[in-house]
Design a protein around this ligand. Structure first.
Ligand code: NAP
Length: 535
């Protein structure tokens, strides 16, 4: 690196050392480019670095939630369970960083504050919290989709004297819940995983629920040596299947019938099969669950009936039974979530009926009761898909900021490039399938597409690539049309930004299937980057 007038010159600056950033760095090095990652954390891992709450696990099977780009890597690494723990995935991320010697090109403990495109110089100028200024031809945002924790904005937070933690930004030391009175706010995927584990140790756990969530038992288990061996000998087939699958997951078996094509008994058998198999592909039992309200209701009723079978107290079971469509929010995968409410040390509070008014010095107050807690946990989610990007002061052409451009919702061509922001790529950005499937497959596809694009630019002596406004508009129209043909937009999920006060309601990911999306991206690359201005 050449350090001149405080400016560190690079070919490519990558923001974020999660799985997206790490693979990007690896591939850029192969091209012989001078690339560097800037990362806020003190080590690699992204999501898996920050989300260390008790019970944190992946909801995609470990065998598939892993890189496919290196045969040696996939042969040498041994996953121990069907759904890996956060600590095992973080170990894997560290192993990758060591194996490919990535850390030497990663600056840790630095947050990117701003990224400004200088049109006259055709370069991005990136400033960090530690005062460094980098210049680069390309800026790649590998900032993650669920990485910007929602602001904790409860009244009286300052007055609360107990300990409090946020699932999405969990301390690095062990928190001992033994003998503690604990309150947890939120019942999304993170809380669904944390609640059963915390309830094991806490003297008492009170769960504050705003919206009940659908959850399917993960049926997690240890992988046997034979299974792992078989997978390893079959990996190329599994990876190919994943690349050609709707959600980037090879193991998902999609039903080929509609819910009401068959008898009640057959339908229940199918649902039961998915329930017993476990995990988040429950909705793929039938073709129309995500599209037809009546079909959706049948699937939802099946899960509600299971909740009522498991939870002994009728009132609690009713409260835990979701009222929304089942395909709307992302399904949770749990281990003993509903069972936990049968424990005598666990209570559930409906904060729709009795809202949280404020935190107090020793707990919190709802409209009905005072609660005293040693520990309060906020599991209230993320400013998903856009938060991490708009928290950086990104300034494109004509001095326009990304936050301003996205005020009415994110705009992007393919979730990869944004009009007005030349030579900037987003890995798994809004407008791409990203969170609707296996993130590892989505990441690899984006990284490889970006690499091919940079190769194309270099071999043709081109310096600047930018999405055309028409292409971007048409793409975002398509994203909206596809989403509105499904039931995905029928509730207040983070997919539509409804969990963040004031955020414009827009369905952000591309819901047309990962395989269709990949084909579209490939076709665009083949047709000399149709929809892009290249100069
Ligand atoms: P989330 O799904 O957004 O859940 C947040 C929870 O907090 C919801 O129950 C929400 O209620 C509640 N909440 C938010 N603000 C609140 C407020 N002001 N007062 C009271 N309650 C409030 O967030 P998450 O659980 O962290 O999960 C986010 C996503 O991360 C998941 O959907 C999943 O994609 C991913 N994730 C994956 C895994 C995994 O791989 N297993 C694990 C964890 C997370 P409302 O529903 O009413 O808004």
């Amino acid at each position: 690196m050449i350090k001149k007038n405080n400016e560190i010159k690079l070919d490519v600056l990558i923001v974020g050392a999660g799985f997206g950033g790490m693979y990007m760095l690896y591939k850029l090095r192969e091209l012989g480019l001078k690339a560097l990652i800037v990362e806020t954390g003190e080590d690699v891992g992204g999501t898996w670095y920050w989300n260390r709450y008790p019970g944190a696990r992946c909801d995609v099977e470990s065998i598939e939630y892993s890189y496919s780009f290196s045969e040696e890597l996939q042969q040498e690494w041994n996953w121990t369970s069907r759904y890996s723990t956060q600590s095992e995935i973080l170990k894997y991320a560290n192993h990758v960083a060591d194996r490919f010697d990535l850390r030497k090109d990663i600056k840790f403990n630095q947050r990117v504050i701003s990224s400004v495109f200088k049109e006259d110089l055709n370069k991005w100028y990136i400033s960090t919290s530690s005062g460094e200024i980098y210049s680069a031809q390309y800026c790649i945002m590998a900032t993650g989709t669920l990485s910007s924790v929602k602001e904790i904005s409860f009244n009286g937070l300052d007055s609360y004297k107990g300990d409090w933690y946020v699932t999405g930004n969990w301390p690095h030391h062990k928190i001992d819940f033994t003998g503690k009175k604990v309150g947890i706010i939120g019942t999304g995927s993170s809380a669904v995983q944390a609640i059963p584990v915390i309830a094991e140790d806490a003297e008492h756990l009170t769960v504050f629920q705003r919206t009940a969530n659908y959850s399917i038992p993960a049926k997690n288990r240890k992988l046997t040596e034979e299974e792992v061996k078989k997978v390893k000998s079959n990996y190329s087939f599994i990876r190919d299947e994943a690349k050609n699958a709707r959600a980037g997951i090879a193991s998902t078996v999609y039903g080929t019938k509609n819910v009401f094509d068959i008898s009640d008994e057959e339908r229940n058998r199918e649902f039961q099969k998915k329930w017993d198999y476990g995990g988040t592909d429950f909705n793929s039992a039938f073709m129309d669950i995500g599209f037809d309200e009546r079909a959706n209701d049948a699937a939802a009723n099946f899960v509600r009936s299971k909740i009522k079978e498991i939870v002994k107290d009728e009132e609690t079971a009713e409260l835990l039974s979701p009222k929304t469509t089942i395909a709307c929010k992302r399904l949770c995968a749990d281990t003993d979530y509903f069972e936990t409410y049968n424990k005598s040390n666990v209570d559930l509070i409906d904060i729709n009926k009795t809202p949280i008014e404020s935190l107090t010095t020793n707990g919190l107050k709802t409209s009905k009761n005072q609660f005293s807690f040693d520990i309060i946990i906020f599991s209230t989610g993320f400013d998903a898909m856009t938060g991490a990007l708009t928290s950086i002061d990104i300034i494109g052409k004509d001095g326009v900021s990304l936050a301003k451009k996205w005020k009415e919702g994110p705009r992007s061509y393919l979730g990869l490039c944004i009009e007005g922001f030349p030579n900037m790529f987003t890995i798994t950005g809004p407008g791409s399938p990203s969170v609707l499937g296996n993130m590892m497959v989505a990441i690899e596809q984006h990284v490889e597409w970006i690499i091919d694009c940079i190769k194309h630019m270099n071999s043709n002596g081109k310096k600047e690539i930018e999405a055309e406004l028409t292409a971007e508009n048409e793409w975002m129209d398509l994203v909206e049309i596809i989403a509105s043909s499904t039931l995905r937009d029928t509730c207040n999920s983070w997919y539509v930004g409804a969990n963040v006060p004031g955020k414009k309601r827009v369905f952000m990911p591309y819901a047309g299937g990962y395989q269709t999306y990949r084909e579209k991206c490939d076709e665009i690359a083949k047709t000399n980057y149709d929809g892009f201005k290249i100069s």
